[in-house]
Design a protein around this ligand. Structure first.
Ligand code: PEP
Ligand code: MG
Length: 586
């Protein structure tokens, strides 16, 4: 009889294979004090272990095939930076000198302090970053204790076709094991935000996370099935279940091949309508991922990421160079630069010094509101964008617009930046379209008024859903109410699309809903013609569009907007997606 253990589906896909269990390799730390005469030797021992850890990571990075994507090397680079940071190098050395503790103990004391800071954070994504600290510290502890690291231990093993079970995985483990042919990951801890999950999604390996007690039931070498869509681990599968999943695998593989064939073709629906499909990017390196899948440009460049994880904000010069790089990487395709969307869950290090605590940060001074208040942050960004526009087609997009006077204020500041640059004799781009994100219900309801003056609109469903249904998008306790299919959300989407059509300006969608294949046909039925999605999701969305006859989807969309019962909405969604590749995501 098949036995199912439910975890969290963290990366889609099906894998069937033998389990390979990796024990956590946690090392017991010896804690002891050393005599004054041995302090320098102990500091040197730690220094050598840190150097070796860095060398190991560099070796893994060098072995990473370039087609693994920017995510993978980014994670390894972050770990390398940590291994160079004084927080994990100098501070433990000072502890050895001051308290005469041994290297392992000093490292553990500092690890506990840093992890404590991460654990106190409200943001679930940032909380999981404590895993990085642990990954890095464990690596050094293993070296200090001469324990074989898991990435060295697995290097010689035959992992081809196997499914790996581990407590958690480091980015380095994931890269190495993918290289060795691992086809699936099971982890006792973690969830969709864990590094293993994020990496596996870019490596296209199914992951089921959060399988806390599964280790008790798993035997090394037994055959299992993992279903990354449903978050299920199936033990002792019967012949019938095995056949079902093998068929599902063939179906997925077939769709994957079809998608690869679509890569270089323009995005058109089954009835021949051209749809614009652009990429969302966070870092300049992501532009390469967007060009690899032949995106029609960048529909959302989240520039705030350039301001994070550093002590001082980037100046105009650095921003100009970065935007220019992105434009050059996109080779003439348009790049929509969203101005800074800081505040609420996206804080720069330490937030704004001296700023009062907001009781409702999501309703507070964030995005365009913050930029208009703190013009000294905003002006260098606008000047950098104007200068970068000489190197390719740029569009400026304003986040979280809720009133037209915000747009008018931006126009004024932009005009003065332009004049200033002209006076300084610096070349700037001309005719730069300015659009607004529709992510506040007020803007969606008044989209017709906004569309009279803005050059384009882009629907940010992540925020639009949170503000429409009044649920904090990062609050786990109310997450069950986060519903893209809520008729109120759909009505606001349709109002916005229609306002754009009447005004003759483009309307895109760049929130996560645009990149979720389950909703593609519904959105086409609502009249959406431009999607901006994570490059990883682009081909899947393209395939669904190519299978869709838009005329036939309109009546489904109209019915969905009238359906208040959740179960009925899910049934309707299944009916819209029946017999298409979108059904695979449902
Ligand atoms: C959105 O709100 O849908 C959006 C794309 O912006 P962000 O997720 O960056 O807030
Ligand atoms: Mg938003």
């Amino acid at each position: 009889m098949t036995f199912i253990i439910q975890g969290i589906g963290a990366a889609k896909g099906i894998s069937i294979g033998m389990v390979h269990i990796i024990d956590s390799g946690q090392v017991d730390i010896d804690e002891y004090t050393i005599p004054e005469t041995r302090v320098d030797d102990e500091i040197q021992r730690l220094d050598e272990a840190l150097s070796l850890a860095r060398a190991q990571l560099r070796a893994i990075r060098a072995k990473t095939p370039s087609n693994f994507g920017a995510d993978v090397t980014n994670f390894i680079n972050v770990h390398l930076l940590m291994l160079e940071d004084t927080v994990l190098t100098q501070v433990p050395m000072d502890l050895i000198r001051e308290r005469h503790c041994n290297a392992e103990w000093a490292l553990k004391i500092q690890r506990d302090t840093v992890v404590g800071v991460f654990e106190a954070m409200d943001d679930p994504y940032l909380r999981t970053r404590k895993d990085d600290v642990d990954n890095v510290v464990n690596r050094v502890q293993w070296i200090l204790q001469h324990v074989e690291r898991s990435d060295q231990a697995t290097a010689e093993r035959h992992l081809e076709g196997k499914i790996v079970f581990a407590d958690d995985l480091t980015p380095a483990d994931a890269v190495l094991m993918r290289h060795q042919g691992v086809t699936g990951f099971l982890t006792a801890h973690g969830g969709p935000n864990s590094h293993a999950a994020i990496l596996a999604r870019s490596l296209r390996i199914p992951v089921v996370a959060g399988l806390h007690n599964a280790r008790l039931y798993l035997r090394d070498g037994e055959e299992v099935i993992i279903d990354g869509r449903q978050g299920a681990l199936l033990l002792e599968p019967t012949g019938e279940i095995l056949a079902h999943y093998q068929q599902l695998q063939r179906f997925i593989a077939h769709h994957h091949n079809t998608r690869q064939r679509l890569r270089t073709l323009p995005t058109t629906s089954a009835n021949g309508e051209r749809i614009i499909l652009q990429g969302n990017i966070e870092l300049p390196a992501d532009a390469t991922a967007a060009t690899e899948v032949h995106a029609d440009g960048v529909g959302l460049y989240r520039t705030e990421f350039l301001f994070m994880n550093r002590d001082t904000p980037p100046d105009e010069e650095e921003q100009y160079a970065t935007y220019r790089n992105v434009l050059e990487a996109m080779k003439g395709a348009p790049v929509t630069i969203r101005t800074l969307d800081l505040g609420a869950d996206k804080q720069v290090d330490g937030g704004r010094p001296g700023a009062p605590l907001s009781a409702n940060p999501a309703l507070g001074l964030r995005a365009i509101r913050l930029c208009l208040q703190e013009v000294e942050i905003f002006r260098p960004q606008l000047r950098a964008i104007l200068r970068a526009a000489v190197h390719g087609p740029v569009r400026i997009m304003l986040p979280m617009l809720s009133a037209m006077h915000e747009f008018h204020q931006v126009q004024e500041i932009l005009g003065s930046c332009r004049q200033e640059l002209e006076r300084e004799g610096i070349a700037i781009g001309k005719d730069i379209p300015i659009g607004g994100m529709i992510e506040v219900p007020a803007a969606a309801v008044c989209a017709d008024l906004f569309a009279r003056e803005l050059d384009f609109l882009s629907i940010g469903t992540n925020d639009l859903i949170q503000y429409t249904i009044a649920i904090d998008r990062v609050d786990d306790e109310v997450n069950y109410l986060y519903d893209p299919l809520h008729p109120a959300v759909l009505r606001l989407i349709q109002t916005t699309i229609r306002a754009g059509q009447r005004a003759g300006i483009p309307v895109a969608m760049c929130g996560e809903m645009a990149g979720d294949a389950r909703y593609t046909r519904l959105l086409l039925g609502l009249g959406l013609k431009e999607f901006s999605v994570h490059p990883n999701a682009l081909l899947e969305i393209k395939q669904v569009i190519s299978e869709s006859h838009i005329g036939k989807l309109k009546k489904f969309a109209a019915r969905m907007m009238r359906t208040i019962n959740t179960d009925n909405r899910m049934a309707l969604l299944q009916a819209i997606n029946a017999n298409t590749s979108a059904a695979l995501s449902s």
